[in-house]
Design a protein around this ligand. Structure first.
Ligand code: ATP
Ligand code: MG
Length: 363
């Protein structure tokens, strides 16, 4: 029998979803869902993981669960084809995390480059590092394996997590016999989509850094953020000056979001982005024009997302049912994996009576 193709992805409910999520992950999730190539697609709202660095603010996490679900539905995640579920309501994930913690060393966890960067960003070096945050890659391994995921579509920052998961799967299967499914990360081919920078030019648009454009932002907010906050070329003082593309966020975003059709519609003096870039580099193209074009491109993409979100916002009872039913489906899947793991470890004493027979032989 051919191996099933199962997807697990997720997001931390630490804020509404932003353009980085869209290009890094959401857009592809919808394409994968609509391709019909996958046997099962699961999206996990990782509220337990979000609590590892927000334990003092559980209200923020609770509030953002609904925001994240609305963002999913708004971009085209279809609850009939994709299971949307809440991590904290899946107790098997906690049990699996507990067993997998024995499959890693603290030295290995300390070397995880994403966790290292996040520890620094959150100031945990000075404040003290919550043990739960330090070990969150292990809980992510539990999430991925509990769903028997073969494919995990993520942004680039998540690659070390998938690597860690693969090591745990390898070690678990070596010790306890072939039990867990080996997952594979899938990242976008395009470098900009793998890690969209923040509007301020920082390396990654991130909810925690407050440097994002959110999918649910109004057209007026998008305009304000692009005009007021977006980093361009600091040496491009006069329109006639030659401009630089390196580190110029407006052009990075155009790389990620513009399509040739946008030129005919909003900036007909060029036929494609390369022509526009050449003009900017030569001098004579102002940042104001570039920003105005980007605002049009972004709003054209975001308009249908806003409309769809508004439709779901008016029907939160249905959204609640979608989440409840998705979580119930996920519970059945993850409970089954936990039973398989406990059986492989032979700690399912009260399910497997052959253990009693073995105990009898001891005496
Ligand atoms: P937080 O700051 O709370 O960690 P976040 O903005 O990093 O939030 P996550 O929920 O941690 O968002 O990430 C969800 C998914 O989106 C992951 O697959 C991650 O790789 C991807 N992602 C997040 N930010 C970006 C980005 N700027 N560019 C590309 N992909 C991203
Ligand atoms: Mg993150």
């Amino acid at each position: 029998m051919a191996e099933k193709k199962i997807i697990l992805t997720g997001d931390r409910p630490t804020g509404r979803l932003h353009l980085g999520h869209y290009v890094g992950s959401l857009k592809r999730r919808v394409e994968m869902q609509n391709s019909g190539e996958y046997d099962q697609i699961n999206i996990l709202i990782a509220d337990d993981q979000a609590l590892t660095d927000n334990a003092d603010n559980p209200g923020k996490i609770r509030d953002n669960i609904i925001q994240v679900v609305l963002d999913y539905l708004a971009v085209g995640i279809d609850p009939a084809r994709t299971t949307i579920c809440v991590q904290s309501a899946l107790p098997a994930l906690h049990a699996l995390t507990f067993y997998y913690l024995n499959m890693v060393t603290t030295a290995r966890l300390s070397r995880n480059p994403t966790v290292k960067a996040e520890i620094q960003m959150r100031g945990f070096e000075d404040e003290g590092l919550p043990a739960g945050f330090f070990t969150y890659p292990v809980s992510q391994a539990a999430d991925i394996t509990a769903f028997n995921a073969t494919v995990v579509p993520v942004g680039e920052d998540q690659l070390p997590m998938i690597e860690q998961t693969r090591e745990i799967v390898e070690k678990f299967n070596r010790i306890y016999g072939e039990t867990l499914v080996m997952p594979k990360a899938v990242i976008p081919e395009n470098a900009v989509q793998r890690r969209l920078p923040g509007v301020d030019g920082s390396a990654k648009m991130s909810k925690s850094l407050g440097n994002g454009i959110y999918l649910s932002d109004t057209a007026a907010t998008v305009k304000k953020l692009v005009n007021g906050k977006m980093f361009t070329d600091p040496q491009h003082l006069r329109i006639e000056d030659p401009g630089h593309l390196e580190g110029n966020v407006v052009f990075t975003y155009l790389d990620a979001f513009s399509r040739p059709e946008h030129f005919a519609e909003f900036l007909p003096q060029y036929t494609c982005l390369d022509e526009m870039k050449e003009h900017y580099k030569r001098g004579g193209l102002g940042d104001g024009t570039c920003k105005k074009f980007l605002i049009s491109v972004l709003n054209e993409m975001m308009d249908p997302i806003r409309t769809e979100r508004a439709r779901w916002e008016a029907d939160l009872d249905t959204v609640y049912d979608i989440l409840r039913e998705g979580t119930a489906r996920a519970r059945a899947i993850t409970d089954e994996t936990l039973a398989r793991v406990r059986h492989a470890m032979r700690i399912d004493y009260f399910e497997d009576r052959s253990i009693l027979d073995e105990w009898k032989k001891l005496l």
